[in-house]
Design a protein. Structure first.
Length: 120
């Protein structure tokens, strides 16, 4: 998975830090954004291989961003993993167009496996 770029968007700095450390240890290149209102532009600038996004964020929710990505012809095939601490958001995330949903607290093996599956 060398040179695979993972873009993580979550307003919780601790979760972003943990995910970054764990995914970088597995050889992924990790880019982060904690402000959901800047995420769409960052996706266009960075061109990630996978987006990992929290559903519950202030200002702009993860499902809104997923819908925005799916509506963009250049980005609509971007693999998206949504996650949240609320189990009620799974339906919301999947209806918005997420490819996978992982509940917090998450197991890093589940996230790694989801990334691997989506890239094959």
């Amino acid at each position: 998975m060398q040179n695979t770029k993972i873009l993580i968007c979550d307003d919780d700095d601790e979760i972003v830090s943990v995910l970054t450390i764990l995914l970088e240890a597995e050889g992924f290149t990790v880019i982060t954004e904690n402000d959901s209102t800047r995420l769409f532009d960052k996706i266009k600038a960075v061109n990630p291989d996978v987006l990992i996004i929290d559903i519950w964020m202030p200002q702009m929710s993860g499902d809104e961003i997923i819908r925005q990505v799916r509506a963009d012809s250049e980005l609509q095939m971007l693999p998206i993993i949504a996650f949240s601490a609320s189990h009620k958001t799974k339906v919301c995330a999947m209806e918005a167009g997420a490819d996978r949903y992982i509940s917090k607290p998450f197991d890093i093996d589940d996230i790694s496996q989801a990334i691997t599956d989506l890239l094959q």
